[in-house]
Design a binder for this molecule. Structure first.
Ligand code: MN
Length: 721
């Protein structure tokens, strides 16, 4: 185990400004917190955080990262709390430790193979500070190095599998190849020890049989390149057993058929020299077809750059060759650490004008260029890669990836269209929240559904995903069709009754034929949409006789049977008789009808029924459209259940306290002011428009009477229009 002074010395070597005292304090704090805890190996638990810190010194990370490594298991595994950490080490360290703790807890939530990619993204997204991820990777590396001490074979396999699916690809993604390869090899040894052993045996055999083939090929490659006027560094090595294994699986080939067990690397100074080296190699040996890749002009997503090729090289060996600049090499090998040295190099004015192709990499470099020092660099480093996504869990632990800004409704539709359609409410992390709540990474979302629930057009205001939007729109379209159909049926029925005729199946069938329509639904929808008029159809079917004195618009009282459509009331929650089932109902804003008043409905295309008082001036506009009128009346009993808004106009003396008096009078009489607008203000009086919630017209009359009785009020009236 690394000792306290060794750790501090190592950090000081690469970062003289490191906070020595804080590292010492963290060392002691962690040692005391973990106390007598032991690892599966029997070592004191404390050896683990120290080793993790040691791994990070290899990458020359700042003292905050080293301190975080020392403390990374204290909050989860000891009595220490996050506030202890914050008090003793400050908010930055507390935030980092909290980040690592959260990642460790996620690990427990479970990861199925198919979820691996999402899970990796989740880890990245949650590691807002890159250092959190680095500490986590070092943590995993040390746990893998000591995995053999765990007795439970199933647990070892699970951890190894998780390492291959989640952590080694993450190491690769942020460019830490050494960590990636070590993680892979350690995991491979757990998951398929036989395959690993046999591959290693084959490699051993090749080594002895070939009598150090690698150095001979290196020499031969170097000569060829020097002849081309280059000064290359050439190195060669065997591939790792795991990468050979993967290649065997991927290409479904036997070990003997693998051509590229040996990989060689050519490092030169400039990009231009990479292509000259490529030319020289292809000139000297026969190219192995289909293996050429130029990652210099088109880098990999993790920023990796190199030219790859394969040739039948010296002595007829098939070999793989990577060509890159020394700068690219350093970055490919060490990822982050190389970014640091990149900064120094760029400062020397040396180096290539190579711009990283990928946003997050460019971002890292931008920050480095502006940052004062390594600490500053890491402090400002954020992983931007998956900022545009959030990752949430179902109650079963499945991961759902959603765009940033997504709501529980988006989540519900992402789970299943039906779940979205029937969503009535939602619990996030066990608590009920409004449907438009924005989701954040790691939220566990439970969607509550009901078979009778339908999508609400309101949802369109806040959903973020195309899937949810499309489903809701589709539902509204179907709903509209349904509304138009019912509306059309109602209009036609009314037109028939006005002519004292009955709307029979036969009559409908004839109308469908006359207007050359598909079926009766088509007929009703056209009427509902206003493309056909009810009276027009009646007249087509029953041309007016010569002796008739025109259409009889005033139906006889006897013919005016009470509409059986009162059922509409229950569905809409509005206690009005005469409505058409399934149609939207609005109260007119011009006249604010109240229960107890005489009302009439106006049917408008796409809007449903608007309820007006019979005195409303707006009705004049519909005089020429009798088919749009609906006879409505208030249900006698149901009116008390809902409140209605009435608008009144008050003239009030302009004296101190009169506004207060006004609201007191209304309040005492059970009215609730929902809106107040001062329409006019003079030296003597205010003209105020008030919206008041009342039960019905009688209630409003009482309030108006009470206001009139007050000396401060000059006049009160219902506002119309
Ligand atoms: Mn740990």
């Amino acid at each position: 185990m690394m000792r306290q002074y060794e750790l501090v010395e190592t950090v000081k070597q690469y970062d003289p400004s490191a906070d020595e005292q804080a590292i010492n304090r963290a060392y002691v704090f962690s040692m005391q917190a973990h106390g007598t805890q032991t690892r599966a190996s029997g070592d004191p638990y404390f050896s683990h955080p120290v080793e993790v810190a040691g791994i990070l010194t290899h990458y020359r990370l700042d003292s905050a990262s080293i301190i975080t490594a020392l403390l990374h298991d204290t909050v989860e595994d000891t009595d220490a709390t996050l506030s202890d950490i914050e008090r003793l080490f400050g908010p930055e360290i507390a935030k980092l430790v909290d980040g690592v703790t959260k990642l460790s807890q996620l690990e427990i939530a479970g990861s199925e193979a198919r979820q691996a990619e999402n899970f990796r993204k989740l880890l990245l997204a949650m590691s807002e500070d890159l250092r959190v991820l680095l500490v986590k990777l070092a943590d995993r590396l040390h746990n893998m190095r000591t995995l053999s001490h765990i007795c439970d074979a199933g647990k070892r396999k699970r951890i190894a599998g998780e390492t291959l699916e989640i952590y080694s690809p993450l190491a690769e993604r942020i460019g830490m190849r050494e960590v990636q390869e070590e993680l892979e090899d350690l995991a491979f040894a757990q998951i398929n020890p036989d395959a690993r052993t046999s591959i290693m045996k084959r490699l051993d055999f090749l080594r002895t049989a070939g009598q150090s083939v690698v150095p001979r090929i290196i020499e031969s490659l170097s000569d060829t390149l020097r002849d081309a006027g280059l000064a290359p560094d050439v190195s060669g090595r065997e591939k790792t057993p795991y990468s050979i294994w993967r290649k065997m699986q991927r290409k479904d080939v036997e070990f003997e058929q693998l051509s590229d067990i040996m990989a060689f690397r050519v490092r030169v100074g400039l990009i231009e020299e990479c292509y000259r080296a490529l030319g020289a190699i292809h000139g000297a040996w026969r190219v192995s077809p289909g293996r050429f890749k130029d990652y210099i002009s088109l880098p990999k997503p993790n920023g990796y750059r190199s030219i790859h090729t394969a040739v039948i090289g010296p002595d007829g060996h098939r070999i793989e060759i990577q060509i890159r600049t020394r700068d690219m090499h350093e970055r490919a090998e060490n990822g982050l650490a190389a970014h640091w040295s990149y900064k120094q190099r760029a400062g020397n004015g040396k180096g290539e004008a190579d711009t990283p192709q990928y946003r997050w990499l460019r971002e890292l470099l931008d920050i480095m260029e502006q940052a004062e020092g390594p600490d500053d660099f890491l402090e400002h480093t954020k992983l931007e890669m998956f900022r545009d996504q959030v990752f949430c869990f179902t109650p079963r632990g499945d991961l759902i990836a959603l765009p940033h800004g997504a709501t529980p409704v988006d989540f519900a539709y992402a789970v299943h269209s039906e779940v979205g359609d029937r969503c009535t409410g939602v619990k996030v992390n066990g608590r009920m929240v409004p449907l438009q709540t924005g989701l954040v990474n790691g939220d566990q979302v439970e969607v509550l559904t009901s078979k009778t629930q339908k999508p609400s057009p309101d949802w369109l205001r806040f959903v973020a995903t195309g899937k949810a939007r499309a489903r809701i729109r589709r539902f509204i379209r179907i709903q509209h069709r349904h509304e138009y159909r019912e509306l059309g049926r109602g209009i036609l029925d009314k037109a028939f009754r006005q002519e004292q005729r009955r709307l029979t199946k036969k009559a409908i069938g004839r109308a469908v034929d006359i207007f050359q329509l598909q079926d009766e639904d088509d007929l009703f929808i056209r009427i509902g949409e206003g493309r056909l008029s009810g009276p027009e159809i009646v007249h087509k079917l029953f041309p007016p006789r010569a002796d008739a004195a025109g259409p009889d618009r005033t139906a006889k009282p006897g013919a005016r049977r009470k509409k059986a459509n009162g059922a509409a009331a229950a569905e809409t929650g509005i206690s009005i008789r005469g409505l058409i089932p399934g149609m939207a109902v609005h109260y007119a804003r011009c006249c604010h009808p109240l229960p107890g008043e005489r009302i009439v409905g106006i049917v408008t295309t796409g809007k449903g029924v608007t309820v007006h008082t019979v005195e409303c001036d707006t009705l004049q506009r519909f005089n020429s459209m009798p088919s749009h009128w609906l006879d409505l009346s208030w249900d006698d009993d149901g009116s008390a259940e809902e409140s209605h808004v009435a608008r009144i106009k008050v003239f009030l003396s302009n004296e101190p306290g009169t506004l207060g008096d006004l609201s007191t009078i209304i309040g005492k009489n059970g009215g609730n002011i929902t809106n107040l607008r001062i329409a006019h203000r003079s030296v003597d009086f205010f003209e105020i428009h008030l919206d008041i919630q009342v039960d019905d017209v009688r209630h409003l009359t009482e309030i108006i009477a009470a206001l009139r009785a007050s000396p401060i009020i000059t006049s009160v009236d219902r506002a119309r229009g």
